[in-house]
Design a protein around this ligand. Structure first.
Ligand code: GLN
Length: 427
């Protein structure tokens, strides 16, 4: 397998002889999902050489279904980023234009699928990391409802937001892979007993009410991208749906709430990495431990990861905790309530996945705030814990555009069926 897109960090394959619904299908796995006997680094130097002694539940389920694990995919270090340029091993390239970013943080998974190296892949989505690269590479990606897929074996970045989910070239494969990984797992406390039945997948849009949150077409959304998405929504209306405008008044707090909370969670989740057992740089023992620890972590983590650990530690510290963390949690509840209210008026919400098409490599890395702003339309679904899918719906500026459908909590069925109806109408 020739990897022209820097999509893979490891191409070690593991075969399964089970005869399930993925028998013989090669599935790539993001490098923050634990794979027994295959190095799992989160694209970080600090985990170099770490070979997990166990499989994540999602990976065990893939094997049970007969899939071949096709290797580990490139990502932003620990999932922090939107372009895969924060990987310690170089960026994943967008198969639609290799001078552009594949998106992130599951950029390797998306590039592997869009580049034809594998038919499907697992990614993880904390604030958009499945939907962003799916949108920018022109494929399908689903972020499941919080709790519907086990996070056991997913190396935590901001665990109150993240879910493992499928990326594929089409809705049917995406639903099939989702059916394999969804379901209860007693080793993950928020896990719910809601398996997904692949047989329930059918093109179904007639009579559905689609809410169009006006904030999803607001400031910062590229006009050409917005026009392509509006056309896709018109297509859904042609197929028998009706639309109504809704509003998420608290949208303006979404990015701030997400970035404060996720950096706080990251600062505590990542404090376990000390380079003692794994990692490119081992601590020196001839100095006080805190000096050795600082040296290892300064060299082992990339710039963005260090920035977030510092921001999170600051926001959690005495005197600032109430001002930042508590406020961000409060905003989170308000945003979740706004989504719940909007979803009472309709069956699902629709809008663009990303405000822009895939940027040129290097375009977003100069200013971290610009990178964070790219997540404005994806983080709300993580904040609210609701399912969201990105499906290709045309091009703007010569690059793919994703249509995002967001459903009620645990109702992946409705958005998958609507996505299939749209896809079939394109064929
Ligand atoms: N870009 C967002 C972040 O950097 C989302 C990443 C993700 O979903 N893992 O936090």
């Amino acid at each position: 397998m020739e990897d022209k897109f820097n999509a893979f960090l490891s191409t070690k394959e593991i075969h399964s002889d089970k005869q399930g619904i993925l028998a013989g299908v090669r599935v790539a796995v993001k490098d923050n999902i634990s794979t027994k006997d295959i190095e799992t680094t989160c694209a970080s130097k600090i985990l170099k050489g770490y070979i997990p002694p166990y499989d994540a539940t999602a990976v065990a389920r893939l094997k049970e279904a007969g899939a071949t694990i096709a290797g580990k995919t490139n990502m932003d270090e620990f999932g922090m980023g939107s372009t895969t340029e924060n990987s310690a091993f170089g960026p994943a390239l967008n198969p639609r234009d290799i001078t552009r970013a594949a998106g992130g943080s599951s950029g390797g998974s998306a590039a592997a699928v869009a580049g034809g190296l594998v038919p499907m892949a697992l990614g993880s989505d904390t604030g958009g990391s499945i939907r962003c690269p799916a949108s920018w590479c022109g494929i399908v990606g689903l972020k499941p409802s919080y709790g519907r897929v086990s996070r056991f074996g997913l190396i935590a970045y901001a665990n109150s937001f993240e879910q493992i989910g499928p990326l594929a070239t089409n809705v049917t494969d995406c639903a099939k892979l989702f059916s394999v990984i969804a379901g209860h797992d007693e080793r993950d406390s928020p896990s719910v007993n809601k398996p997904y039945n692949f047989e329930s997948l059918k093109a179904d849009i007639k009579g559905k009410v689609i809410g169009i949150p006006k904030e999803y077409f607001g400031e910062g959304v590229d006009a050409e991208v917005a026009a392509v998405v509006r056309k896709a929504i018109a297509k859904l209306e042609e197929l028998g749906a009706t639309t109504k405008e809704v509003s998420i008044p608290s949208m303006k707090y979404a990015l701030a709430s997400y970035y404060v909370t996720c950096t706080c969670e990251a600062s505590s989740n990542l404090d376990r990495f000390d380079g003692v057992r794994y990692g490119e740089i081992a601590p020196e023992m001839n100095m006080p431990w805190h000096d050795a620890y600082t040296k290892v972590r300064t060299a082992g983590f990339g710039e963005e990861v260090r920035r977030r650990i510092l921001l999170g530690t600051f926001a959690l510290s005495a005197g600032y905790y109430g001002k930042y963390y508590v406020k961000a949690r409060y905003a989170r509840q308000v945003i979740a309530k706004d989504f719940e209210a909007a979803l009472k008026e309709c069956d699902f919400l629709a809008g663009p996945t990303m405000p822009n098409v895939a940027p040129k490599l290097g375009e977003l890395t100069k200013n971290p705030l610009e990178m964070y702003q790219a997540d404005i339309l994806t983080v709300p679904a993580n904040i609210a814990g609701i399912p969201a899918i990105s499906i290709p719906c045309g091009t703007a500026h010569g690059m793919p555009v994703g249509l995002q459908l967001m459903g009620r909590k645990y109702d992946e069925e409705t958005i998958l069926n609507a996505a299939l109806a749209y896809e079939e109408a394109q064929a």
